[in-house]
Write a protein that binds this ligand. Structure first.
Ligand code: SAM
Length: 322
């Protein structure tokens, strides 16, 4: 097992299944162009081999499939089939939910029981302005179907000043009424926002302001969360839970256990580092050749983690999956 001086190790792997996405969210891509799949994306079989090797080399326990948008990719079905055989403690998926109702049977059949669905507003017009693709009604319909099927659902919202901040409490209430757990994600200085501090600061809303806004309406208490959780969790007694991923206000780098694999075969040990390590060529090799090389790269990837605080990075979130 590879462990650093702070006692950190990789436990949670996120795979970006594809860079392709049916949205072009303003805070994720700068120019409004939806990203298409890269020419050199890994096949589903190579990704399954990658996960198999990373379980052994890094001690990966939990897998999250993300993107781009994972539900647009034809690789989703073979990937789910493959990783479902690997004995992982948990497999979950992050999606914008646009295709959720269509893909729900596949997800259920593959044994997926937990979903994170990104939803920044319940206002259809603002939704189109932020996502620059898709439509709100399809997402809400998919969510109702997933809920009826018994899936455990978290909703990801990135609060943005002047765009959807007024939706923080309505979205919270929408979630509480349905048993979904809302996760507010503080805007991260990623991609174009890392290059344009003014654009970042104009839109950024921090945890204290969010909690104050919620506190005007509800009393809440801090709730338990796993030691390496990225979110601070709160309970509104008798109603439910919500969380804040406070990258900026309360950085969680000291306990970060995440490793990311891009759709083109690069390992990223830290969102805040521009370092990345190519493992695509190792995935054709037999285990005894691949594992020692992989371990050397994992040592480097772990060393890429920030000591204390998240400082952003120029990588576009869609490429590495958020
Ligand atoms: N397409 C899927 C989705 O929409 O959830 C998966 C990929 S998306 C990159 C994963 C998450 O990253 C989403 O919840 C999105 O809101 C978040 N995200 C993207 N850029 C971000 C940024 N600059 N700051 C904070 N969150 C961001």
């Amino acid at each position: 097992m590879i462990v650093d001086r702070q006692g950190r190790r990789f436990r949670n792997l996120r795979i970006s299944l594809t860079a392709a996405c049916n949205y072009a969210c303003t805070y994720c891509v700068p120019d409004g162009k939806r990203l298409v799949a890269a020419q050199d994306e890994l096949s589903a079989e190579a990704m399954v081999r990658g996960v198999t090797y990373l379980i052994e080399a890094a001690g990966i326990e939990r897998l999250r499939i993300t993107g781009g948008e994972p539900l647009v990719s034809p690789k989703l079905e073979p990937l789910l089939r493959g990783v479902g055989q690997l004995g992982l403690a948990d497999i979950s998926l992050t999606s914008n939910g646009q295709l959720l109702s269509r893909k729900l049977p596949l997800l259920l059949e593959a044994g997926i029981r937990r979903l994170n669905i990104s939803l920044d507003t319940l206002d259809a017009e603002d939704f189109r302005k932020i996502a620059r693709g898709g439509d709100l009604a399809s997402v809400l319909d998919g969510l109702e179907q997933a809920r009826a099927a018994g899936l455990k659902i978290k909703i990801n919202m990135v609060p943005l000043r002047g765009q959807n901040l007024v939706q923080a409490v309505p979205l919270l209430e929408y979630c509480l009424e349905r048993g979904f757990e809302l996760r507010f994600i503080e805007l991260m200085r990623m991609g174009h926002l890392a290059r344009d501090p003014n654009a970042f600061l104009q839109q950024f809303v921090g945890m204290p302001e969010l909690l104050a806004r919620i506190g005007e309406r509800y009393s809440y208490v801090q709730a338990e969360a796993p030691l390496d959780a990225t979110a601070l969790r709160y309970e509104i007694p008798g109603k439910g839970f919500f969380g804040v991923i406070a990258n900026e206000s309360v950085p969680f780098c000291r306990t970060c256990s995440r490793l990311r694999l891009s759709s083109t075969g690069w390992l990223h040990g830290c969102l805040s580092s521009s370092n990345r390590h190519y493992i695509g060529d190792l995935l054709d090799k037999p285990r005894h050749q691949a594992l020692p090389a992989l371990q050397r790269l994992l040592v480097k990837a772990l060393a890429d983690k920030q000591e204390v605080a998240f400082s952003g990075g120029v990588t576009v979130m869609k490429i590495i999956g958020g």
